[in-house]
Design a binder for this molecule. Structure first.
Ligand SMILES: Nc1ncnc2c1ncn2[C@@H]1O[C@H](COP(=O)(O)OP(=O)(O)OP(=O)(O)O)[C@@H](O)[C@H]1O
Ligand SMILES: [Mg+2]
Length: 236
């Protein structure tokens, strides 16, 4: 579904990701783990056309999107829920959700149905639909960011560190939601995480990034038992 081939991305002289090959297939959660600065967000931004790779190709559903605009990539069905959530603090929960749908031409009825679907999935957002985004708790803001991403009916959704800064109980809620998106809505997911254990537990396959390079990849169930992975990422 998503095919990244031999991608190299730079910020000026900084070579942020090297010769990256990554694939995402229908029905999968693919996780990307790695330390701070490993290049995880750069990989997502490259897929989204936010930064352009110097070499290599990004293909989505058979179409080369390497030099497509971010707007076009979103329209094609990839949604990116960035690090730090970036909801609109001065808009209500309902208006934040509406903003998520702007890239698609939905009818009023479709929009209503979508909102209803999101409120079913996130009852807490329904209770708070008139509240300003900026006054939600951290966990609620993360839920809003996820729901807003879902409002465009994406074909693929990418989460950048969705658990960052959240209390353990909320982290579990976020991961449960991600699993639901894959299982009930059949949307494949790319999950960037520093929480390696959670990421490996929830995903089908995983890529490990170190200094901008993929050093290891494979089935998550295997990697979770790999000695080197355990030592480096799972603290024993
Ligand atoms: N806009 C930028 N300009 C210059 N260098 C950048 C820029 N964004 C990222 N970098 C550098 O590229 C490298 C990869 O950064 P990236 O944000 O992709 O890492 P990351 O794996 O997402 O890290 P984290 O876990 O801390 O979010 C880092 O060395 C970073 O300093
Ligand atoms: Mg990052």
């Amino acid at each position: 579904m998503l095919k990244i081939r031999n991608v190299n991305t730079y910020y000026g002289a900084i070579h942020a990701i090297h010769d990256i090959d990554v694939e995402v297939n229908e029905g999968e959660i693919v996780s990307v783990i790695g330390a701070n600065g490993a290049g995880k967000s750069t990989l997502m931004k490259t897929i989204m056309g936010i930064v352009k790779p110097k070499t290599g190709t990004v293909e989505f559903m058979g179409e080369d999107i390497t030099s497509a605009s971010t707007a076009k990539i979103v329209k094609n069905g990839i949604v990116y829920v960035p690090e730090g959530r970036y909801i609109f603090p001065d808009l209500s929960v309902a208006d934040n959700l509406m903003m998520g749908a702007y890239s698609q031409r939905f009818s009023a009825k479709e929009l209503n149905d979508l909102m209803e679907e999101m409120y079913e999935m996130f009852p807490r957002l329904r209770e708070r639909k008139k509240q300003l985004g900026g006054t939600l708790s951290g966990g609620e803001q993360q839920m809003l960011a996820i729901a807003r991403g879902m409002m465009s009916r994406p074909k693929l959704i990418m989460f950048d560190e969705p658990s960052l800064g959240l209390a353990p109980i909320i982290v579990s809620e976020v991961f449960d939601t991600i699993l639901k998106i894959k299982e009930e809505m059949q949307i494949p997911i790319v999950l960037v995480e520093q929480n390696a254990y959670k990421a490996l537990s929830i995903s089908n396959r995983c890529y490990i990034l170190e200094n901008g390079k993929v050093t290891l990849s494979g089935e998550s169930a295997k990697l979770i038992n790999d000695d080197n992975v355990r030592k480096a990422y799972l603290a024993g």
